[in-house]
Ligand binder design. Structure first.
Ligand code: SF4
Ligand code: SF4
Length: 190
Protein backbone atom coordinates (compact mmCIF):
# COMPACT_ATOMS: atom_id res chain seq x y z
CA UNK A 1 0.00 0.00 0.00
CA UNK A 2 1.33 3.37 -0.90
CA UNK A 3 1.96 5.93 1.79
CA UNK A 4 -0.93 8.01 0.46
CA UNK A 5 -3.31 5.08 0.80
CA UNK A 6 -2.04 4.38 4.32
CA UNK A 7 -2.62 7.98 5.36
CA UNK A 8 -6.11 7.90 3.89
CA UNK A 9 -6.91 4.59 5.61
CA UNK A 10 -5.75 5.90 8.98
CA UNK A 11 -7.63 9.13 8.47
CA UNK A 12 -10.97 7.39 8.14
CA UNK A 13 -10.32 4.44 10.49
CA UNK A 14 -12.13 4.22 13.83
CA UNK A 15 -10.24 5.57 16.83
CA UNK A 16 -7.95 3.11 18.64
CA UNK A 17 -7.83 4.81 22.00
CA UNK A 18 -9.86 2.86 24.56
CA UNK A 19 -12.08 4.65 27.00
CA UNK A 20 -11.63 3.64 30.69
CA UNK A 21 -14.84 1.59 30.56
CA UNK A 22 -13.90 -0.09 27.30
CA UNK A 23 -11.11 -2.44 28.42
CA UNK A 24 -10.24 -5.71 26.67
CA UNK A 25 -11.55 -8.83 28.44
CA UNK A 26 -9.26 -10.40 31.04
CA UNK A 27 -7.83 -13.78 29.88
CA UNK A 28 -9.38 -16.62 31.91
CA UNK A 29 -5.98 -17.87 33.18
CA UNK A 30 -4.69 -14.45 34.18
CA UNK A 31 -2.46 -14.50 37.26
CA UNK A 32 -3.67 -11.19 38.56
CA UNK A 33 -4.42 -9.64 41.89
CA UNK A 34 -2.89 -11.66 44.75
CA UNK A 35 -5.20 -12.62 47.61
CA UNK A 36 -4.21 -14.00 51.01
CA UNK A 37 -6.56 -15.67 53.49
CA UNK A 38 -5.10 -15.28 57.01
CA UNK A 39 -7.60 -17.79 58.42
CA UNK A 40 -5.88 -20.54 56.41
CA UNK A 41 -2.30 -19.30 56.88
CA UNK A 42 -0.11 -21.07 59.43
CA UNK A 43 2.85 -18.74 58.98
CA UNK A 44 5.03 -21.56 57.67
CA UNK A 45 6.98 -19.13 55.47
CA UNK A 46 7.03 -21.35 52.37
CA UNK A 47 5.61 -18.59 50.18
CA UNK A 48 8.31 -16.15 51.27
CA UNK A 49 10.95 -18.84 50.70
CA UNK A 50 9.92 -19.59 47.10
CA UNK A 51 9.35 -15.96 46.12
CA UNK A 52 12.46 -15.02 44.14
CA UNK A 53 11.93 -11.23 44.11
CA UNK A 54 11.11 -11.25 47.85
CA UNK A 55 7.66 -9.77 47.32
CA UNK A 56 6.41 -11.68 50.38
CA UNK A 57 8.01 -10.92 53.71
CA UNK A 58 7.33 -12.60 57.04
CA UNK A 59 8.29 -10.78 60.19
CA UNK A 60 7.87 -11.62 63.85
CA UNK A 61 9.17 -14.25 66.19
CA UNK A 62 8.09 -17.79 67.00
CA UNK A 63 6.42 -16.76 70.26
CA UNK A 64 4.63 -13.66 68.94
CA UNK A 65 2.15 -13.00 66.17
CA UNK A 66 3.72 -13.00 62.71
CA UNK A 67 3.11 -10.44 60.03
CA UNK A 68 2.62 -11.67 56.47
CA UNK A 69 3.17 -8.86 53.94
CA UNK A 70 3.08 -8.78 50.14
CA UNK A 71 4.46 -5.90 48.08
CA UNK A 72 2.93 -5.63 44.62
CA UNK A 73 5.82 -3.60 43.24
CA UNK A 74 8.20 -6.54 43.66
CA UNK A 75 5.75 -9.25 42.54
CA UNK A 76 6.19 -10.80 39.09
CA UNK A 77 2.89 -12.73 39.38
CA UNK A 78 4.72 -15.98 38.69
CA UNK A 79 2.27 -17.91 40.90
CA UNK A 80 4.88 -19.96 42.76
CA UNK A 81 3.57 -18.86 46.15
CA UNK A 82 0.10 -20.15 45.24
CA UNK A 83 1.53 -23.45 43.97
CA UNK A 84 3.62 -24.11 47.08
CA UNK A 85 1.34 -22.82 49.85
CA UNK A 86 0.35 -26.05 51.65
CA UNK A 87 -2.94 -24.63 52.96
CA UNK A 88 -4.15 -22.83 49.81
CA UNK A 89 -4.08 -19.53 51.70
CA UNK A 90 -2.85 -17.70 48.59
CA UNK A 91 -4.66 -17.19 45.33
CA UNK A 92 -3.99 -15.15 42.22
CA UNK A 93 -7.31 -13.81 41.05
CA UNK A 94 -8.36 -13.30 37.46
CA UNK A 95 -8.61 -9.58 38.14
CA UNK A 96 -6.24 -6.93 36.95
CA UNK A 97 -4.17 -5.83 39.98
CA UNK A 98 -5.20 -2.50 41.42
CA UNK A 99 -1.69 -1.22 40.85
CA UNK A 100 -2.14 -1.46 37.08
CA UNK A 101 -4.72 1.29 37.37
CA UNK A 102 -3.28 3.15 40.32
CA UNK A 103 0.27 3.14 39.02
CA UNK A 104 1.70 2.71 42.47
CA UNK A 105 2.69 -0.05 44.83
CA UNK A 106 0.13 -1.83 46.92
CA UNK A 107 0.82 -3.56 50.19
CA UNK A 108 -1.25 -6.41 51.54
CA UNK A 109 -0.57 -7.06 55.22
CA UNK A 110 -2.13 -9.72 57.42
CA UNK A 111 -1.29 -10.82 60.96
CA UNK A 112 -0.81 -14.55 61.46
CA UNK A 113 -2.24 -15.07 64.93
CA UNK A 114 -0.45 -17.34 67.39
CA UNK A 115 -2.45 -19.49 69.81
CA UNK A 116 -1.25 -21.40 72.82
CA UNK A 117 -0.94 -25.15 72.26
CA UNK A 118 -3.78 -26.77 74.21
CA UNK A 119 -1.30 -29.17 75.85
CA UNK A 120 2.04 -27.41 76.42
CA UNK A 121 1.02 -23.77 75.94
CA UNK A 122 3.66 -23.07 73.29
CA UNK A 123 2.53 -20.37 70.82
CA UNK A 124 1.80 -21.71 67.36
CA UNK A 125 -0.72 -21.35 64.56
CA UNK A 126 -2.75 -24.53 64.16
CA UNK A 127 -3.85 -25.78 60.78
CA UNK A 128 -7.38 -24.58 60.02
CA UNK A 129 -10.00 -27.12 61.11
CA UNK A 130 -11.42 -27.42 57.59
CA UNK A 131 -7.97 -28.34 56.23
CA UNK A 132 -7.48 -30.91 59.00
CA UNK A 133 -10.88 -32.41 58.17
CA UNK A 134 -10.01 -32.48 54.49
CA UNK A 135 -6.76 -34.32 55.24
CA UNK A 136 -8.61 -36.86 57.36
CA UNK A 137 -11.39 -37.28 54.83
CA UNK A 138 -14.27 -36.18 57.07
CA UNK A 139 -15.34 -34.05 60.06
CA UNK A 140 -12.99 -34.10 63.05
CA UNK A 141 -14.04 -36.51 65.77
CA UNK A 142 -12.53 -38.38 68.70
CA UNK A 143 -8.74 -38.02 69.02
CA UNK A 144 -8.52 -35.78 65.96
CA UNK A 145 -10.97 -33.34 67.57
CA UNK A 146 -9.20 -33.47 70.94
CA UNK A 147 -5.85 -32.75 69.32
CA UNK A 148 -6.86 -30.15 66.72
CA UNK A 149 -5.13 -27.31 68.60
CA UNK A 150 -1.92 -29.12 69.52
CA UNK A 151 1.46 -27.88 68.35
CA UNK A 152 3.52 -30.21 66.17
CA UNK A 153 5.72 -31.31 69.09
CA UNK A 154 2.73 -32.31 71.21
CA UNK A 155 1.19 -34.16 68.28
CA UNK A 156 4.35 -36.26 68.07
CA UNK A 157 4.37 -36.80 71.84
CA UNK A 158 0.70 -37.79 71.92
CA UNK A 159 1.25 -40.24 69.10
CA UNK A 160 4.19 -41.82 70.97
CA UNK A 161 2.18 -41.91 74.21
CA UNK A 162 -0.69 -43.71 72.52
CA UNK A 163 1.70 -46.39 71.27
CA UNK A 164 3.33 -46.66 74.71
CA UNK A 165 -0.06 -46.81 76.46
CA UNK A 166 -1.11 -49.61 74.17
CA UNK A 167 1.74 -51.73 75.50
CA UNK A 168 2.20 -50.48 79.08
CA UNK A 169 -1.23 -49.17 80.10
CA UNK A 170 -2.40 -45.54 80.54
CA UNK A 171 0.03 -42.98 82.01
CA UNK A 172 -0.88 -39.60 83.61
CA UNK A 173 -1.25 -36.74 81.09
CA UNK A 174 -0.93 -33.00 81.72
CA UNK A 175 -4.25 -31.17 82.05
CA UNK A 176 -5.34 -29.46 78.81
CA UNK A 177 -4.85 -25.70 78.71
CA UNK A 178 -7.20 -23.20 77.17
CA UNK A 179 -6.03 -20.68 74.61
CA UNK A 180 -4.07 -17.93 76.30
CA UNK A 181 -5.17 -15.26 73.87
CA UNK A 182 -6.36 -14.53 70.40
CA UNK A 183 -5.73 -11.38 68.43
CA UNK A 184 -8.30 -9.98 66.04
CA UNK A 185 -7.16 -10.18 62.42
CA UNK A 186 -7.29 -7.07 60.35
CA UNK A 187 -6.56 -6.80 56.65
CA UNK A 188 -4.68 -3.69 55.63
CA UNK A 189 -4.50 -2.62 52.03
CA UNK A 190 -2.61 0.52 51.26
S1 SF4 B 1 3.39 -14.48 42.49
FE1 SF4 B 1 5.63 -14.99 42.42
S2 SF4 B 1 6.65 -13.01 42.66
FE2 SF4 B 1 4.51 -12.69 43.31
S3 SF4 B 1 4.50 -13.02 45.54
FE3 SF4 B 1 4.03 -15.01 44.59
S4 SF4 B 1 6.02 -16.07 44.37
FE4 SF4 B 1 6.45 -13.88 44.72
S1 SF4 C 1 0.45 -18.17 52.93
FE1 SF4 C 1 0.74 -20.40 52.84
S2 SF4 C 1 2.93 -20.71 52.40
FE2 SF4 C 1 2.67 -18.57 53.08
S3 SF4 C 1 3.08 -18.61 55.29
FE3 SF4 C 1 0.85 -18.86 55.02
S4 SF4 C 1 0.49 -21.09 54.99
FE4 SF4 C 1 2.70 -20.77 54.63
Amino acid sequence: MSMFATVLANLFAAGRTRAPDDQPPVPPALRGHLAHDPSLCTGCGTCAHVCAPKAIVMTGTADRDLAWTWFSGACSYCGLCRIWCPTRAIDLLDEVPDTAERGGEMRLADPVVRHACSRCGRPHTPLAVEIQAEMLGGPLAGTALDEKDLCEDCRRRMSSERIRDAFMGPTPKPAPRSFARTVATEKVTS
